[in-house]
Design a protein around this ligand. Structure first.
Ligand code: PHE
Length: 447
């Protein structure tokens, strides 16, 4: 009945574009860097199982809700929430959800950029070493050097800011159409390499055979946080992209496609990495360095390894950029709308903010390594607060807003579906299961 609000920022020309952009946001360091080391730190199979359950039962339903909110509001997450709150005759306080989400995005960007800097630096690493010892030594040496970490961190932020300042849509399609499939192919190649390390089965068992005794509140929260992080949920990135989505696109199908692609890449990365870990006597609990001490061994030992290794880290850096632009976009879009600033000013200001916080993350591997907050260094702490607290909380509020605050007929209208089995399952998951489970995990963790 109501004609949809026109987006201030325009809409994407084709349905494909939203899928590309959302996949570009979702697939990034979260899949290739974070997923494997989180799985390794949290006991392997048990973590993976909980993570997959979180994707299906919590992640996909919330993703559908977040896209739907974004498309209905058609502006930056903060203003979208304000508009939809008004439409539902409720308090303007919901604007806060968009605002805190934008802040979460900048905080994530601050450390994401440090890790993305590692990926960029590895483009030039040459892949000459073949032993685990030499490769680990190189990584440790690299982390000990504050100047180069800050250099690569700065470069990554600058690239992100330039792309966002020019408007996120330019160039995005080309990347995802051609480069993302290439990244996918190299990961398959790495899986093939992993098959002949002699520890392939060991890796698979580690990743897919859950040891239920390992599940505790830490593992639950880590897996839940990872599900939000990898799907880019709970802070408005997907909402911001939803604002550009054509009115006639099927939101449910789209969410499934994006989640499936994202999960596929993460699992393949795990399948490639763990056999290398075991074959080389490394520990799965290596932490954030895990990909940087495993994959270079593979590239060092395979034919044309220099070529594939260099290409891999170029593609990984680009995958990180297509995620980082969505981390800053909620804030930038909001600045542009509310303060009427130029995109470039907004991008530079917010980029500088994320950069300065990120400097402390870069330093937490060297000069500030003794500085601990609740036993975590600055990098780990920002990661923890954002992924495991802010994103799940944002997710609960998104679920509550769609499930309890919005008028059901508006939800149906925006999703363009009829009330039926699929809708009912989704709505039930969103109203009850997602907020209750996320709430329980958070409460369980804190007590
Ligand atoms: N999903 C991205 C990744 O896996 C990170 C991200 C998180 C992007 C939250 C946007 C919002 O790398």
């Amino acid at each position: 009945m109501t004609e949809q609000r026109k987006s201030i920022h325009g809409t994407w020309s084709s349905k494909w574009t939203f899928i590309l952009a959302a996949t570009g946001s979702a697939v990034g360091l979260g899949n290739i860097w974070k997923f494997p080391y989180m799985a390794g730190d949290n006991g392997g199979g048990a973590f993976v199982l909980v993570y997959l359950a979180c994707i299906v039962v919590i992640g996909i339903p919330i993703m559908i809700g977040e896209i739907m909110i974004g498309r209905r509001g058609r502006s930056s997450p903060a203003n979208t929430m304000r508009f939809l709150a008004a439409e539902a005759n409720t308090t303007k306080a919901w604007t806060m959800l968009g605002a805190t989400g934008a802040l979460a995005g900048l905080l994530i960007l601050s450390f994401y950029s440090v890790a993305a800097g590692w990926a960029m630096a590895y483009v030039f690493s040459g892949f000459q070493e073949t032993s685990a010892q030499a490769v680990s030594g190189n990584f440790e040496e690299f982390l000990a050097d504050p100047v180069s970490l800050i250099f690569w961190h700065s470069l990554f932020i600058v690239i992100t800011v330039i792309i966002v300042a020019r408007g996120i849509l330019k160039g995005l399609e080309a990347w995802i159409n051609t480069l993302m499939p290439m990244l996918f192919l190299i990961i398959i190649l790495l899986c093939i390499y992993a098959m002949q390390t002699g520890a392939f089965m060991e890796g698979l068992v580690y990743l897919f055979k859950p040891d239920f005794t390992k599940i505790n509140s830490d593992v639950l929260l880590a897996a839940l946080g990872q599900a939000f992080f990898t799907l880019s949920l709970g802070m408005g990135a997907i909402m911001a992209y939803g604002a550009y989505m054509p009115a006639n696109q099927n939101i449910l199908k789209t969410a499934f496609v994006v989640a499936a692609l994202d999960t596929g890449v993460a699992l393949l990365a795990g399948i490639a990495i763990f056999p290398i870990v075991f074959a080389n006597g490394l520990a799965p609990t290596e932490g954030p360095g895990l990909v940087f001490v495993t994959l270079p061994i593979a590239f060092g030992n395979m034919p044309f390894g220099v070529f594939f290794g260099t290409l891999f880290f170029i593609l990984l850096s680009i995958a990180a950029i297509s995620s980082s632009i969505s981390l800053i976009e909620p804030g930038v879009a909001w600045f542009v709308e509310s303060l009427k600033t130029k995109r470039s000013y907004a991008a530079i200001t917010l980029g500088a903010f994320a950069w300065s916080i990120g400097v402390f993350s870069a330093l937490s591997f060297n000069l500030m390594s003794d500085f601990k907050i609740f036993g975590m260094n600055f990098f780990e702490f920002t990661d923890f607060i954002t992924n495991q607290i802010m994103l799940p909380l944002g997710g609960i509020f998104i679920a509550i807003f769609v499930g309890w605050v919005m008028k059901k007929q508006n939800v149906l209208e925006e999703l363009q579906i009829k009330e039926g089995f699929i809708f009912n399952v989704w709505f039930f998951l969103l109203r009850f299961i997602a907020p209750v489970l996320v709430g329980l995990v958070l409460v369980y963790f804190f007590i």
